[in-house]
Ligand binder design. Structure first.
Ligand code: G16
Ligand code: MG
Length: 220
């Protein structure tokens, strides 16, 4: 039986995917490395250092470890500048309702975010107390698409992976959910999320009844 729903943060609950994108774009422009939407899409759900490596694939010279550290920090400074100003209005429409629905259905709720800024974001968005467990990149060692983060979330909730649904906006996240042995709901473009068991255009379309009142086979 379904016992828990594990949500991604950026791009699912908060509209911060565009803020990450803008911060990477600013850095890319400053160091003269090309950056397009496809590159931005591949960075979604990937941790900070992994995202930098994706950006630097288009660089014309190698970067030292020390330089990479400086660049990742600079991008994070740009990102933090922006999220300082966020509030509950930056929740994606329907996000709070989706989480509340899950709780009202008697299921547990966890967050699985690759962002080291996840705790700060939850506070700013005013939803920190809606989660039974929060797992972010500070608590794991292997980034999505590795299953570690979703497995850690299920473990923190005390439920088995096959009793969980994961909700993600990134291809790397869908892969992580499936590798953990969970069903995956994609939020966004069906083309980018082709591997998901179900794709919804936005979190506003999330209806827990889809998963609790019909047999898994009907949607998965
Ligand atoms: C998010 C974003 C990624 C970002 C990562 C790390 O993950 O989707 O684009 O690179 O966090 O963020 P930070 O630099 O703040 O640690 P998620 O899993 O919440 O979608
Ligand atoms: Mg995401």
């Amino acid at each position: 039986p379904l016992k828990a729903v594990i949500f991604d943060l950026d791009g699912v609950i908060a509209d911060t995917a565009v803020v990450h994108h803008a911060a990477w774009k600013r850095l890319a422009d400053e160091i003269g490395v090309p950056f397009d939407d496809a590159t931005g899409e591949r960075m979604k759900g990937v941790d900070r250092r992994g995202s930098l490596d994706i950006l630097l694939q288009a660089a014309t010279r190698p970067y030292t470890e020390a330089e990479k550290h400086t660049l990742a920090t600079r991008k994070n400074d740009y990102y933090r500048e922006q999220i300082e100003h966020l509030g509950p209005r930056n929740l994606l429409p329907g996000a709070r309702t989706a989480i509340e629905q899950v709780r009202q259905a008697g299921l547990k709720v966890a967050l699985a975010s690759a962002s080291r800024n996840a705790g700060l974001l939850l506070e700013r968005l005013g939803i920190a107390d809606l989660f039974d467990a929060v797992v972010d990149a500070n608590r794991i060692s292997r980034s999505k698409p590795d299953p570690e983060i979703f497995l850690a979330a299920a473990n923190a909730l005390g439920v088995a992976p096959d009793e969980c649904i994961g909700v993600e906006d990134a291809a790397a996240g869908i892969a992580s959910i499936h590798a953990a042995g969970m069903a995956a709901v994609g939020i966004g473009q069906p083309l980018a999320l082709a591997k998901a068991d179900l794709v919804l255009p936005s979190i506003a379309a999330f209806d827990i009844g889809t998963f609790t009142t019909t047999r898994t086979a009907n949607w998965r």
